[in-house]
Write a protein that binds this ligand. Structure first.
Ligand code: GDP
Length: 198
């Protein structure tokens, strides 16, 4: 992780993806879950992933490459579940994501971000089910942990852990993070490095 992360590719459709290479981990979550902030915090680059863009607007898969041609890539998936997104937008998101997940052998894991304040929503459960169906390994990352009381955080954490037991492709451990305080970032980086070394 030490060194420069660089933007390498943005793809609005499945036809224009970069060739598969090395190992990829993807980040998914509802719009406004804190995905851009997390990617910026992880990579130590403040403006690598755009924050506070118009919710629901970015319908692209964005690829970043790790330091020094490490063949390690982050994929920023478009946010989902924006309340006022028109149906056709939702359909195009679903198609892009599902197609991506189906055919991507280099994709080692999807980190599904869940806002600590909101917990799992129906739209998240739909995404988890589709990941199960695609047999793509995924792990839940709670975001914005600084925004909730400890008791509330523990309750959400347990709820998520319980739900994951019924999801075959889910990694059982849940990571708790805050981009604001940096909590959990070292654990998330360590989890990614373990994947690389597997
Ligand atoms: P995205 O739409 O998922 O990419 O979400 P952003 O990263 O743009 O974050 C959405 C909003 O949540 C912004 O106002 C961020 O400043 C805020 N935010 C993101 N992460 C955190 C966090 O860890 N703690 C707090 N308090 N706010 C956060």
């Amino acid at each position: 992780f030490a060194g420069e992360w660089t933007f390498i590719w943005a793809s609005p459709s499945i036809e224009t993806l970069p060739p598969m290479a090395g190992m990829e981990v993807a980040f998914a979550g509802r719009s406004n879950v804190g995905k851009s902030s997390l990617i910026n915090s992880l990579t130590g680059r403040n403006a690598l992933a755009r924050t506070s863009h118009t919710p629901g607007r970015t319908q692209e898969l964005i690829f970043f490459e790790g330091p020094d041609g490490s063949d390690f890539r982050l994929v920023d998936m478009p946010g989902y579940g924006y309340a006022s997104a028109p149906k056709v937008k939702i359909a195009s998101w679903t198609k892009l994501i599902y197609n991506f997940l189906q055919g991507r052998a280099s994709l080692a894991r999807v980190y599904v971000l869940i806002d600590s304040r909101h917990g799992l929503k129906d739209v998240d459960l739909d995404v988890l089910k589709s990941l199960d169906r695609s047999a793509v390994s995924y792990q839940i990352v709670l975001t914005k942990a600084d925004q909730v009381k400890k008791s509330e955080l523990e309750k959400t954490f347990e709820e998520v852990r319980t739900e994951l037991r019924t999801h075959p492709a889910a990694f059982p451990d849940v990571l708790v993070t805050s981009s604001r305080t940096g909590d959990g970032m070292a654990e998330l980086r360590a989890a990614m490095v373990r994947l690389l070394n597997e």
